[in-house]
Design a protein around this ligand. Structure first.
Ligand code: Z5A
Length: 214
């Protein structure tokens, strides 16, 4: 498929939502459709962004909410400049593991920062909105249990309390309610296969069904 204009698809969700499995399924499906796809993640996705990610997730560091937000946007600015904007301009599709919605959910709803300030940063620093966002939603306790089963040491943000993750989930619910055409909720409490199938269906419906082509 030759696309003249690239599309930006983002995956969002709370802790342990299962984004990794879904990303792999989406990448396979889009390749099968002949789409030139570039996969990336946030925070990170560029050499500078990965260095910023290490600071953001370092348990040994104390960051105030404002520093956390600005570092998320520093990483995002770099990603847009180096990766996202050039790819979209070249007609490539970008599949991103998190993007600006995560800042509204985690730093806005979770940390209590002013969403107006986040919107201003989005307007000035990012300037690009996803064409489609898949929100993998599941009860906080289920996600935390999955993360515990996966093992490994929790990073700085993963070490937050349950109430923080409840606020993050509410934040995502508000984003989905405010923009239902862009943000599609996927029931991530289902089996990994079913979650991946639902995510692929959302992409198919948006771009590859008869109706989408009409
Ligand atoms: N963050 C932020 O605060 N503000 C921002 O603007 C941005 C990010 C961009 C790093 O992101 C942190 O940055 C993140 C949000 C914050 N902090 N938290 N918490 P990240 O996306 O790199 O990190 P993450 O959300 O912690 O990723 P994750 O834990 O790797 O989540 P995941 O990719 O969704 O999960 P997974 O690894 O695919 O699955 C977790 C486990 O569950 C694993 O063992 C799977 O095998 C299992 N699993 C997956 N799906 C299923 C199903 N369906 N059933 C049963 N078990 C399953």
């Amino acid at each position: 498929m030759s696309a003249s204009r690239g599309q930006l698809i983002t995956l969002e969700g709370g802790e342990g939502a299962g984004k990794s499995t879904v990303l792999a399924a989406l990448e396979t499906f889009l390749h099968e459709q002949g789409v030139d796809i570039l996969r990336t993640r946030e925070p990170g996705g560029t050499p500078a962004g990965e260095a910023i990610r290490a600071v953001l997730l370092d348990r040994a560091l104390t960051l105030c909410a404002q520093s956390e937000l600005l570092l998320m946007f520093a990483s995002r600015a770099q990603l847009v400049d180096e990766v996202v904007a050039p790819a979209l301009a070249a007609g490539r599709w970008v599949l991103a593991d998190r993007f600006t919605d995560a800042s509204y959910a985690y730093q806005g709803a979770g940390r209590g920062l002013d969403p107006g300030w986040i919107a201003e940063l989005e307007r000035r620093v990012v300037g690009v909105r996803p064409d489609l966002t898949l929100w993998l939603d599941l009860p906080v306790e289920t996600g935390l249990q999955r993360a515990r089963q996966r093992g490994g040491e929790a990073d700085r943000i993963e070490s937050e309390r349950v109430e923080f993750f409840e606020r993050v989930r509410d934040g995502y619910a508000r984003l989905a309610a405010a923009d239902p055409a862009r943000v599609v909720r996927i029931d991530a409490a289902q089996s990994a296969e079913q979650v991946a199938a639902d995510a692929v269906r959302a992409i198919r419906r948006r771009w590859f069904s008869e109706r989408a082509r009409a």
